[in-house]
Design a protein around this ligand. Structure first.
Ligand SMILES: *Cc1c(COP(=O)(O)O)cnc(C)c1O
Length: 227
């Protein structure tokens, strides 16, 4: 019951233009089905192995988002079905997604993960690396290269802190980068419109700072059991 109640509360609370990605990592298929039966169709997982166990046995109209660090050698397992990869943090990964999406006969939507937090989190592109990555992609495009991925926005994680002011400033910084990138590279591409930020503890701040996609796990499903 808890899952349905919390989902419905989120549906009420989230602005219309903010998409809810229910993060189901470490939670069993029964919990996912409870959310599914309450109307949720978009779910996020952060481990390839776990996603590959769940995807075949759950309803096929679920849209699976991949949100965790993705190793290039595992890309091929998720490209046949994944609907959005949030966590692209290198050109190498992007070119592997391109290759595997092509093999699967698909064009896969991705977000570039940017690093905005104060703490030592390992993943995400700095602002400079983001610009370098986009310059490389767009110069290849200008030479006529076509890609089997589509960059539809950016993703970030804020520092894990109780300091709301810090979280506000990190999300505001992400939004500023998003706007700059949109203006510089994607002015004529309406599909570039997503800013994935906000989790259970900071999604309200993310809404104030212009998120379009919140990734909420423990608030919906309860604490994760990491065994
Ligand atoms: C686990 C995870 C979430 C969800 O975190 P909660 O605090 O449980 O809402 C969101 N984003 C990423 C990248 C995660 O790994």
């Amino acid at each position: 019951m808890r899952i349905k109640v919390h989902l419905e509360q989120l549906y009420d609370e989230l602005p219309e233009d903010v998409q809810l990605v229910a993060i189901s990592k470490y939670h069993p298929c029964e919990a996912i089905m409870e959310a599914y039966n309450a109307g949720q169709r978009v779910f996020g997982e952060s481990h390839v192995q776990e996603l590959l166990q769940k995807q075949p046995v759950l309803p096929q109209d679920i849209q699976w988002h991949f949100i965790g660090h993705l190793q290039t050698n595992k890309v091929k397992y998720i490209t046949p079905f994944v609907s959005l990869i949030h966590s692209v943090d290198s050109l190498k990964l992007l070119s592997e997604i391109d290759k595997q999406a092509r093999k699967a006969g698909r064009v896969i939507d991705v977000l570039l993960q940017i690093y905005v937090a104060q703490e030592e989190t390992k993943f995400g592109l700095s602002e400079e690396e983001l610009i370098e990555t986009l310059n490389t992609i767009f110069s290849q495009k200008a030479e006529g290269t076509t890609f089997s991925f589509r960059i539809i926005g950016l993703m970030c994680m804020a520092t894990n802190t109780l300091d709301d002011t810090l979280i506000h400033s990190e999300f505001a910084y992400a939004h500023e980068i998003f706007r700059e990138v949109k203006d510089t590279y994607f002015k004529d591409e309406p599909s570039f419109k997503e800013l994935s930020m906000g989790m259970s503890d900071d999604y309200r701040i993310a809404i104030k700072e212009g998120t379009t996609m919140v990734r909420i796990g423990s608030y919906i499903f309860g604490e994760r059991n990491y065994e």
